[in-house]
Design a protein. Sequence first.
Length: 202
Amino acid sequence: MEITKQQFAKHLLIEVVGLILVAIGAAGIMKVALGTGAYDALALSISSITAIEVGTVGLIGNCICIAIQILMLRKKYRLLFLLQIPVSFLMGITINYFYYTVFSGMNSDFYMIRLVLLMVFIVICTFGDAMMTASGMIGLAVESTCVLFAKKFQMEFGKVRQLADVVFIILLFICWFFFHALFPIREGTIILAFTFGPLLGY
């Protein structure tokens, strides 16, 4: 999508609002503690054994993805793509703020309440993701890296993204087995897998 100078501010606003909604949704899903996606699960796992805040772990992971992009593209790497760095910082800061401050008291013992909250946060996260996609600007670092791999190896993006999740889950198992880290894969992970895509398409 080509964005003119006149449209830039509008698209940037949509991108930022969408990003904040994704971060709020992700923080809420993690706080409900019924299971989360592979990347966030790995971030939670690493956070549990390093005492680094979960949003900061995600930020470090995103920066690693950006470094991989630079190595893959080299001279073809566009400076515009470096906007993924402030995007990642905003994502990490927002997740930390909502996970550790706003949602700090959200610890219900009632399973159905937690399940309802999980669905609410999934909808928020999906809506934010749709806004980021509609903005036509900077995507999330993990997805952008998967797009590059898909183009380089002539694979479908969906399959590359699934492979990335497999890698995250393997790393999660290593953290859990060898370092006794948190293992945040539960029924919510399955619910997320089956609802996020259809909701995004809707």
